[in-house]
Design a protein around this ligand. Structure first.
Ligand SMILES: Nc1nc2c(c(=O)[nH]1)N[C@H]1C(S)=C(S)[C@@H](COP(=O)(O)O)O[C@H]1N2
Ligand SMILES: [Mo]
Length: 556
């Protein structure tokens, strides 16, 4: 079978509340409606008042002579490879979105500040509502892998597909310019803009312009659309995607800044997805109605044959292959999730090691950037031990530090405070998609390392929580000792200049910047120095890595 959820998994992945709901803020509706009026509305007005504009000459606009004719094999292949990966990327992207089903323009993701939500739930203000609780179910037909709480697996698919999508795109663009095929896409004159408008007026008033036969020519709007998809949408998709990464945010701060901030990048990433999907729907519809067999022969067989059905049959084959791969992907997601997790870590770990990791992270935030709101995540510790300590303001708390060290230690909060303090203002990047900027104050882990003197064989530091994971069992995570020695790696007891609240991890939580939120263990009970993470938990480096297939650390 494709999935084998046990009762506990079923409850997490397949919750009772699976309602689909989309709520858009009125101001965004107004903007979207205004855009519609400015385009479709104006086109209709022009048509009703002045009639149809003249049809532009159906030649490659501005090009004196049309040189490229037909589609070379590399172009046809790359077109379909692109289709295949685009499907994987969009479907896994939807699954990622469902894990935090709200989009914002502000960094802090305050409740009710989202411009769109894909959940019927309004964030309650009379109780703690965690980001995990907020995640939605997504039908696995739409999402890859769909269900609920599958952001880990969805990210595996997304980030396995993206490098291939980019590589294919890079080869495509290189070959466009290496041959003369670029002339098909790159407009040669600004005249293309009014002429595209004229074609647009034809389409939206349901008048089909004369078919130019795409083997030789595109009409003006067609050329502009293809140009925009290749040279605008794809780069914006890449940049807005990169703008969500903590590692990029800390090194190339201008990337999220292009979109205002991380949430702007996330919202734009969503719009790019809509544009890709919208383009694909219209593109396929027009391929169907403007001479299906001939069009399919162009892009499959590379011939201008109007009668042969070869193109249609092969195209259907590619379509069914893509659908069949969807079934396989579903099977892999639930039957071979570890392989998926390793494949993602191998591909992207390598890519990151040779690129972004070579640059030094920096912090950018000031006191005035601190977010008014900060989402809470994870299950509060239920143990009597923690609750009793909490009642007493953690006076009885002792952090236990052991493992492969010369001097195991037990330190109270006061002991820790006497050892020193560092304060940082940083942005928290949750894997689910939300973010928040806060000040964190606490002891650099480096100081602890110097005190306990780990053995030379130590590579990994494990942090255990009083709290549990999604499916029960101690929450923990591990970091490389190098990561722990970095500036801004601290054991924090202070958040926004106040003692850490219970929800945010009292008495002590981890802050390791440049990492995603799930690596920052809250409610820390003990620290253990290890040779490897292999023998802790299920051995993948953390509770979420074990149970939810979150990204394996590239350096573990
Ligand atoms: N013990 C414990 N620590 C945890 C978690 C958890 O579930 N349990 N969730 C992690 C995740 S996914 C995130 S995003 C951050 C959230 O920190 P916050 O609640 O202070 O915003 O805590 C991390 N630390
Ligand atoms: Mo998270």
């Amino acid at each position: 079978m494709f999935t084998s959820f046990n009762a506990a998994e079923k409850e997490v992945r397949y919750p009772a509340d699976r309602r689909m709901f989309i709520g858009i803020k009125p101001y965004m509706l107004v903007i979207l409606f205004a855009l519609l009026l400015l385009t479709v509305g104006v086109a209709w007005l022009q048509y009703l008042v002045w009639g149809l504009p003249p049809e532009p000459p159906s030649a490659m606009v501005g090009a004196p002579t049309v040189s490229p004719s037909g589609f070379p094999a590399w172009l046809r292949l790359s077109h379909w490879v692109n289709f295949f990966f685009l499907v994987l990327i969009v479907r896994s992207g939807l699954s990622i979105l469902a894990d935090h089903p709200r989009l914002y323009w502000n960094n802090g993701c305050s409740p009710d500040s989202e411009w769109i939500r894909f959940t019927p739930v309004k964030v309650p203000d009379d109780r703690v509502w965690t980001a995990k609780e907020d995640a939605r179910y997504l039908n696995p037909v739409a999402g890859l892998p769909g269900y609920r709480h599958s952001v880990g697996l969805a990210r595996c698919w997304h980030f396995i597909a993206v490098p291939f999508f980019l590589l294919n795109g890079a080869i495509f663009i290189a070959l466009l310019f290496f041959t003369d095929q670029w002339k098909r896409l790159v407009p040669a004159s600004w005249r293309i803009i009014p002429e595209s408008w004229n074609v647009f007026v034809h389409y939206v008033t349901f008048h089909m312009p004369a078919e130019p036969n795409g083997f030789y020519n595109f009409n003006a709007l067609q050329q502009v659309s293809y140009f925009v998809v290749v040279f605008v949408l794809a780069p914006v998709a890449l940049l807005s995607g990169m703008g969500m990464s903590p590692a990029i945010e800390n090194r190339f701060h201008w990337v999220p800044k292009l979109f205002g901030n991380r949430q702007g990048a996330r919202s734009v990433h969503f719009f790019v997805m809509l544009a890709f999907v919208g383009f694909t729907v219209i593109h396929v519809a027009l391929v169907l109605i403007t001479g299906f067999s001939r069009n399919m022969n162009h892009i499959i067989a590379g011939t201008d044959n109007a009668v042969s059905h070869t193109g249609i049959y092969v195209g259907m084959g590619i379509f069914f292959f893509t659908v069949a791969f969807g079934f396989l992907a579903h099977w892999i997601s639930w039957q071979r999730p570890r392989s998926l997790q390793y494949a993602e870590a191998t591909i992207n770990g390598t890519l990151w090691r040779i690129s972004i990791n070579k640059f030094h992270p920096r912090s950018f935030y000031k006191q005035e950037d601190i977010s008014p709101y900060f989402w809470v995540n994870g299950k509060m510790p239920g143990s009597a031990e923690w609750r009793k300590m909490a009642e007493d303001d953690f006076k009885e708390y002792k952090l236990k530090i052991g493992g492969l060290v010369e001097k195991p230690l037990e330190l109270s909060l006061d002991d820790l405070k006497k050892l020193g303090m560092e304060q940082n203002i940083t942005m928290h990047h949750c894997i689910q998609g939300w973010s928040g900027i806060a000040e964190w104050g606490g002891l650099p882990i480096k100081t602890i390392i110097e005190l306990v003197k780990p053995h030379a064989s130590v590579t990994t530091v494990a942090f255990y929580s009083f709290g549990e994971g999604l499916y029960g069992g101690t929450y923990y995570d591990t970091h490389s000792i190098d990561n722990c020695l970095k500036p801004q790696s601290i054991l924090a007891w202070e958040m926004n200049y106040k003692p850490l609240s219970k929800e945010h991890g009292a008495p002590l939580r981890l802050r390791v910047e440049n990492q995603l939120g799930y690596k920052m263990v809250k409610w820390i009970s003990s620290i253990e120095f290890l040779e490897t993470a292999r023998h802790t938990g299920k051995g993948y480096g953390g509770k979420n890595e074990d149970d939810e297939y979150y990204d394996l650390l590239a350096d573990s």
